[in-house]
Design a binder for this molecule. Structure first.
Ligand code: ATP
Length: 285
């Protein structure tokens, strides 16, 4: 068995009876690391994440030479077994906690309910104690007061902390975070990133961090996968991004605005049809 948490080889995903090729020949593996997947809107990042969680609609046509989590074949596993993996061994964090929290239930009750779902033998008192502990683990102060609030009474950053707390209850091995900080302002974003960073390190998790923000990913992740039109065009250690060889990655880097040296005009990203057939450029680890 390989030491990877997730192993994907030649993943193809199409919609519309094959007319929309959303993901074409994507291969990568994830260890206990922070792997960023970066690309523009529509490049297929979220589709890859949802395929791993087996959350694509039935109309999606999915094939791969391999798509596994540990020793589980994600191409063949049935829905019953998948329910023991999804949200338990692989956690998902989405952009906006507003849509994931129940608006008419207090935050603490929602966490306690999740706890009792995972640990059905736990008493109400135990679940409440764990709820406060989870809120504390995601660095919320005055946990008892926060537990009594409704989702509309908490800020976006606090909502994201609550979602992370709920997801940690099951002690997952892999986290997939799809634009988890895009709805947050800059300071709160940094706090949530620091929290994720600490949790990944302390719990030895593997993190797939999906984002359109190359600057953020280069500072936060260990390794970066650049996607263009459903394909992985380049894989790099985050610290080596300046050595990117693919013209698309180079174009993305050149279009990042700089505070120190603002260009008079940001360059327009040029695209080349030959990129659709080019080999993945990979810097060896
Ligand atoms: N359920 C679906 N039915 C049809 N096409 C879909 C479906 N889901 C995704 N697609 C198509 O697959 C392609 C990839 O979409 P995806 O959402 O993965 O891109 P993305 O890189 O995550 O973009 P964004 O950053 O905007 O979320 C797009 O062309 C999209 O329109």
């Amino acid at each position: 068995m390989s030491s990877s948490l997730i192993d994907i080889n030649n993943l193809e995903i199409a919609f519309g009876g094959g007319s929309v090729r959303a993901v074409c020949g994507v291969s990568f593996s994830l260890g206990q690391e922070k792997l960023g997947i970066v690309g523009e809107s529509g490049s297929g990042k979220s589709t890859v994440g949802r395929a791993i969680m087996r959350l694509l609609p039935p109309t999606a046509m999915v094939s791969a030479e391999r798509m596994s989590f540990r020793d589980v074949d994600l191409l063949k596993v049935d829905e019953r077994k998948m329910m023991t993996i999804r949200g338990r061994r692989i956690g998902l964090i989405l952009q906006d906690p507003k849509y994931s929290l129940n608006p008419v239930m207090r935050v603490g009750e929602q966490i306690a309910e999740t706890y009792r779902l995972h640990y059905p033998k736990a008493s109400a008192k135990q679940a409440y104690r764990q709820t406060l502990e989870m809120l504390d683990a995601v660095k919320i102060r005055d946990v008892e007061s926060v537990a009594r609030l409704y989702p509309h009474e908490i800020s976006g950053g606090m909502g994201q902390r609550v979602m992370i707390a709920m997801m940690l209850i099951a002690e997952p091995e892999v986290l997939i975070a799809d634009e988890p900080t895009s709805a947050l302002d800059v300071t709160v974003r940094l706090e949530i990133l620091a929290l994720l960073d600490e949790l990944v390190a302390r719990r030895n998790l593997g993190l797939i961090f999906i984002s359109h923000d190359l600057n953020l990913v280069r500072n936060f992740c260990d390794r970066v996968l650049i996607m263009y039109a459903g394909r992985v065009v380049e894989v790099l250690e985050a610290r080596d991004l300046d050595k990117a060889r693919h013209p698309y990655t180079q174009g993305l880097l050149a279009s990042l605005p700089s505070i120190d040296d603002p260009p008079a005009r940001l360059p327009i990203l040029k695209r080349d049809p030959s990129w659709l057939d080019s080999k993945v450029l990979e810097t060896s680890r």
